[in-house]
Design a protein around this ligand. Structure first.
Ligand code: IPE
Ligand code: IPE
Ligand code: MG
Length: 239
């Protein structure tokens, strides 16, 4: 159960609707992604100020490789731009950044940039920004199963040691606490392969707002919605 006044510890967001936002304005999709980045910057500040500990955002899915090359280039360019423009400021504010997902198909210089981001901010404790990039929930589970099977095959692990903790520890998202809220913008009501293991008991919130329009008020309203929910985890209602 949520106690009155309780702020969610971990908010995960599927930032969706950039393309539709741009289309409605007669602009290219890349412009929608640019404005989506501004929404992300606002949201990081708001989440930090509101006392949330972890913000996890879906920024590029393993399935997004099926988009046209120029759109993929634009999305990759925005990750680079974000790091170049904001890393110093975020580090100064005590933000720990994780960029998690598959490293497959990523260029070496991008992997170096991701590593730099994580290393520079590794000891920060004020706030956690987790960016799911080249991420797919099923690919993450396949990778975890492979690691566990390899350990079992080599005799380092016996089968009865396999439990929920071990699986979690082998995920790309192993350092994330369970998401309290899974929020998706744009009106779509689906998970699209985001954080499958981690969201087992998340409260789902779907908003009609398109991601580039998302602001602090939307986040505050989502928190209010969350606080009105009764989380039962299979038990009985609290009142
Ligand atoms: C979210 O916006 C950004 C990514 C998926 C990378 P979309 O690009 O999916 O926007 P819509 O859903 O087409 O409006
Ligand atoms: C999910 O959005 C992925 C990200 C927000 C990065 P999509 O727009 O790719 O999801 P679908 O295709 O509508 O399921
Ligand atoms: Mg979309």
């Amino acid at each position: 159960m949520n106690q009155a006044g309780q702020i969610p510890r971990h908010v995960a967001i599927i930032m969706d609707g950039n393309g539709r936002w741009a289309k409605a304005r007669g602009k290219p999709r890349a412009f929608g992604h640019q404005q989506g980045l501004e929404a992300l910057r606002r949201t990081v500040d708001a989440a930090n100020e509101l006392g949330i500990e972890h913000l996890t955002v879906f920024s590029f899915s393993t399935e997004n490789w099926s988009r046209p090359a120029d759109e993929i280039d634009a999305l990759f360019g925005l990750l680079r731009l974000y790091v170049h423009r904001d890393l110093k400021r975020l580090h100064k504010a005590g933000v720990k950044i994780r960029i998690f997902g598959s490293r497959e198909r990523l260029k070496d210089d991008l992997i170096a940039l991701i590593t730099e981001c994580e290393e520079v901010t590794a000891n920060n404790t004020a706030f956690n920004l987790n960016i799911a990039f080249n991420y797919g929930g099923r690919a993450e589970l396949v990778d975890a199963v492979r690691s566990i099977a390899a350990a079992a095959e080599s005799g380092k692990l016996s089968i009865d040691q396999i439990d929920e903790n071990l699986i979690r520890n082998n995920l790309w998202s192993s350092e994330l606490p369970d998401a309290d809220i899974l929020l998706r913008t744009s009106g779509e009501q689906r998970i699209s392969n985001f954080l499958l293991w981690n969201i087992a008991y998340s409260e789902l919130i779907f908003l009609d707002v398109l991601w580039p329009d998302f602001d602090r008020r939307d986040l505050e309203q989502a928190i209010d919605t969350f606080r009105a929910r009764d989380r039962r985890y299979g038990g009985l209602a609290s009142s």
